[in-house]
Design a protein. Structure first.
Length: 259
């Protein structure tokens, strides 16, 4: 159900953007990129996980495990980085409207998107080259990077990954929305606040989805892997990847142009 909802919902967001000229603004390219990342996350993760769950083990071999985990990392990181870019874009739109009277240029947005995917790729590739590894996790029905081992390579990768892919972006997002909140309170720009609330809803749901996975991985990295059961490893992974369904639901319900 999660896979079907995520795939079809994000495909619908992409389709509506392509069909509607009113939505083809440079800023909305960020929204579409988010939908693309979530669509690919659902498409590459859910069907494979479903089949593996039926077998109650990983039946596809080592190479498929590595590719599955790589796709999950790449598209998950791309989502978080795109959410960060959306937060910065909304912040500038609300706090510096005069500087953006002409709007942000399509070329600049495309450059940002290229940076998002390059950054995501840089963090997704190292396990192929010995800095951590992609291995089966939890109930052995899915794969992720190895956060259970206590080696220096695994621990350093996990700590740096969460620092620069979760905590730093989270700090930027929180700072942007605090600035938006202050600006809206001073000026009373309700239309701008509605726009910000849509993006904020997506971001909060993303954080709620990925926080349990973060706690599990960092618990193992701190040397307490013995406290984690297979279910404690697997369930947060499912919750994290289910974040792909939130964005189309929020935009379909709250965004008048998408409706």
């Amino acid at each position: 159900l999660v896979g079907v909802t995520g795939t079809l919902g994000n495909a619908l967001v992409i389709y509506v953007f392509c069909r509607s000229r009113a939505l083809r603004s440079p800023s909305n390219l960020l929204v579409v990129n988010l939908a693309v990342a979530d669509f690919l996350m659902s498409l590459t993760q859910s069907p494979v996980f479903f089949v593996a769950s039926l077998h109650r083990h990983w039946p596809f071999g080592e190479l498929a495990c590595e590719l599955y985990a790589f796709c999950g990392a790449l598209f998950g990181i791309a989502s978080m980085m795109t959410l960060t870019a959306i937060a910065v874009d909304r912040c500038l739109a609300v706090t510096r409207p005069l500087a953006r009277l002409g709007g942000v240029s399509p070329g600049r947005v495309r450059l940002v998107l290229a940076g998002v995917w390059l950054y995501s790729l840089c963090w997704s590739l190292p396990p192929f080259f010995g800095w951590s590894a992609y291995v089966p996790e939890g109930l052995q029905t899915s794969c992720s990077w190895d956060y259970m081992s206590f080696s220096a390579a695994v621990r350093s990768y996990t700590v740096l990954l969460f620092t620069f892919v979760f905590f730093v972006p989270l700090g930027l997002i929180a700072g942007c929305y605090w600035a938006i909140f202050r600006a809206v309170r001073r000026a009373g720009r309700e239309a701008r606040w509605h726009l910000a609330k849509v993006a904020l809803g997506v971001i909060l749901l993303f954080i709620v989805s990925w926080s349990p996975y973060s706690v599990v991985a960092l618990t193992a990295t701190a040397g307490h892997a013995h406290l984690l059961t297979p279910y404690m490893n697997s369930i947060p992974a499912v919750i994290a990847k289910a974040s792909a369904i939130h964005n189309p639901i929020i935009y379909a319900i709250t965004h008048p142009k998408y409706r």
